[in-house]
Write a protein that binds this ligand. Structure first.
Ligand code: FAD
Length: 295
């Protein structure tokens, strides 16, 4: 199928983009890398009158260290995150997760802003952002808002963004040098969306007792989900096999997946429990080896 007729506009600046969004409201749609939107348009699931192509805007394509976080402009492509020395140095779980996003072709064109705006609960970046307690900067003519993932992701493919808003930047807290991490997922084939995924950041003291745990899962709830109960449960404990089994059971109790063509709810629930257990084990081994975040 071909998309419905639309007017194509390529603004020169963020300000012009915001003015266009304010003028056209619900009639407009932002086009960035097109990797999610073009199929949606082709299937006529969306029929905007105006397509605002921000793909070549200046000023939204940067990765930089700013205080305690890494700021990534909305137009940064997945491939640039994958190869960024700064990401590897300051937020390596992002580099580990991004390799799971689609295929090389998709990572060559898809942007971080597009991935976050799309709001797919199986997507890798929202899960990592939730685990790290990152932030999303959205702008309109009224000004900027800095939102947490909980404020931004509302449910399946639905975010709190208004038609006159654009994502400008994503902020990922810089990971401690003493922490280790793991991102794992299971998909039908590499490049497909995850059936379930888990992101873990872990820190232990010299006695191998957990002193910091950040855990999020994706693909099993309507939004990426921080497993606070599991995080609290493992604090102050050693990652024994017994504890990891408890973690698996707790994880299963904290998700409410749906059945679809690719797997039943029961399968996804069990799968995500195993993935969190596996990710924690890997992060625990990495901490022990002293590999920390640089592995
Ligand atoms: C075969 C296939 C496999 C895929 N596999 C994966 C996968 O494994 N993991 C994964 O995460 N994704 C996957 N995707 C989806 C896609 O790669 C990402 O969602 C993509 O990178 C989105 O970025 P984009 O720049 O292409 O966004 P676009 O397609 O241009 O836009 C996506 C949506 O976001 C909005 N938007 C884009 N940029 C902004 C912005 N700055 N501000 C506000 N709104 C904005 C658009 O209006 C649109 O609604 C897959 C896609 C395909 C076709």
């Amino acid at each position: 199928m071909k998309p419905a007729v639309f007017n194509y506009i390529r603004p020169e600046s963020v300000e012009e983009t915001l003015q266009l969004l304010s003028d056209y409201g619900d009639d407009a749609k932002i086009l960035s890398g097109g990797q999610s939107l073009i199929p949606v348009l082709n299937m006529r699931l969306s029929t905007p009158k105006y397509l605002i192509d921000i793909g070549r805007l200046e000023g939204l394509n940067y990765i930089r260290e700013e205080g305690d976080h890494l700021s990534v402009g909305a137009l940064v492509k997945h491939k640039d995150i994958e190869s960024s020395p700064l990401v590897k140095e300051l937020c390596p779980i992002l580099g580990e997760a991004i390799r799971w996003v689609g295929t090389t072709q998709i990572r060559n064109r898809g942007t971080i802003g597009g991935s976050i705006a799309h709001g797919d609960p199986s997507a890798e970046l929202p899960c990592v952002l939730a685990a790290l307690r990152g932030e999303i900067v959205v702008a309109s003519l009224e000004g900027e808002d800095v939102l947490s993932p909980e404020e931004f992701f509302l449910t399946y493919m639905l975010t709190s963004m208004q038609p006159d808003q654009v994502i400008k930047e994503i902020r990922f807290p810089i990971m401690s040098k003493k922490s280790a991490f793991s991102f794992v997922e299971v998909a039908r084939t590499h490049g497909d969306f995850a059936l379930a995924e888990a992101a873990v950041i872990l820190e232990t003291d010299e006695t191998e007792t957990v002193i910091k745990a950040q855990i999020a899962v994706g693909g099993v709830n309507p939004t990426p989900t921080v497993l606070e109960e599991v995080e609290d449960h493992i604090m102050g404990k050693k990652l024994t096999d017994e504890l990891l089994t408890e973690v698996r059971r707790m994880t299963e109790g904290n998700v409410d997946p749906e059945s679809d063509l690719h797997g039943t709810a029961e399968y996804r629930r069990e799968l995500v429990g195993v993935l969190v257990q596996r990710a924690l084990k890997t992060a625990g081994e990495r901490v022990k080896k002293g590999a920390g975040r640089h592995e």
